[in-house]
Write a protein that binds this ligand. Sequence first.
Ligand SMILES: Nc1ncnc2c1ncn2[C@@H]1O[C@H](COP(=O)(O)OP(=O)(O)OP(=O)(O)O)[C@@H](O)[C@H]1O
Ligand SMILES: [Mg+2]
Length: 221
Amino acid sequence: MPVIVIASPKGGSGKSTTAVLLGTELAHAGAAVTLMDCDPNGSLTLWSQRGAIPARIEVLSNVGEGDIIKAIRSHDRDGSVVIVDLEGVASRLVSRAISQADLVITPMRATTLDATIGVRALQLIAEEEEALGRTISHSVVFTMTRAIRSKQHSGIEESLLNQGVDIITPSLMERAAFSALFEFGGDLHNMPAQGRMEGALENASLFAQAVYSRLTQEAAA
Ligand SMILES: Nc1ncnc2c1ncn2[C@@H]1O[C@H](COP(=O)(O)OP(=O)(O)OP(=O)(O)O)[C@@H](O)[C@H]1O
Ligand SMILES: [Mg+2]
């Protein structure tokens, strides 16, 4: 079943937040989810230690270059989803994870600097595609976006679309509830209210649905 790899060489682009939001929303919707923490800084592991791990989620910590492929293959079971969170670098571990992906998601803040570094993920994917002789589905999601969209955001989006890059909508807006996941652990559904909670819940759920629809399209292709 699907292996989703969250990858961007840009540090602080929202990878771990995206991994936790996606994992917890898919689990909330009934899927069995394995969250694989491949970042030596251990963001997902810290999240898992903060509060009760929601039902249907398993967290694997300290997955490194030597065991990533075996770990993915042994957790890639029918009816379950594997989500891999990576460090903000380009490394052999990142390339190996990408080689196993059904979908790579690159979270990106909608600023010129972040987009310039973030699109280097596309280059890593292209290299893996060449090595493997297969295409690897890939999408960008804008993170920490604001209600009023900047000109920079529109310009970056247009440029990516012109390059044929798939952009997931909705973007993940900047929300207190999303950063609070790492304070309280658990998921959005059982955390103490942070800001406008309905907005956060709707944003996360629509994002997870948009990812899920890409996986089902992929499986049908
Ligand atoms: N949508 C969001 N709303 C509010 N805060 C966010 C959002 N996304 C990320 N953040 C905050 O921004 C910071 C960086 O996010 P995160 O840790 O997810 O990025 P990362 O790409 O995993 O970083 P690293 O490259 O260090 O692993 C964190 O403090 C996180 O709480
Ligand atoms: Mg991270």
